[in-house]
Design a protein around this ligand. Structure first.
Ligand SMILES: [Zn+2]
Ligand SMILES: [Zn+2]
Length: 85
């Protein structure tokens, strides 16, 4: 029998509603996790994706050839190679 006083909660991270706190999991582990009753699976934050890793490029200055994200390369050239590209 499904208890009717289970409080529906909304995931603060991805905004998905109609989740419940997993009481059984808490009893077993002492931790809380969200449970998705519609899929009968623990809730996973699928809306939150890790940021894409930046493209890493090698420094064009031989023999430096340090590899770094493209956004850092310009700064690196400016400080390490006196602004000459
Ligand atoms: Zn979530
Ligand atoms: Zn360099």
């Amino acid at each position: 029998m499904i208890s009717l006083n289970v409080k529906m909660v909304k995931c603060k991270r991805c905004g998905i509603e109609d989740l419940v706190w997993d009481m059984e999991y808490n009893t077993n582990t002492g931790n809380w996790r969200l449970w998705n009753p519609s899929t009968e699976m623990p809730h996973k934050c699928e809306a939150v994706k890790p940021p894409k890793p930046e493209k890493v490029v090698p420094c064009p200055h031989y023999p430096c050839e340090k590899r770094m994200p493209k956004t850092k390369l310009q700064e690196h050239i400016k400080t390490e190679h006196l602004g000459f590209y």
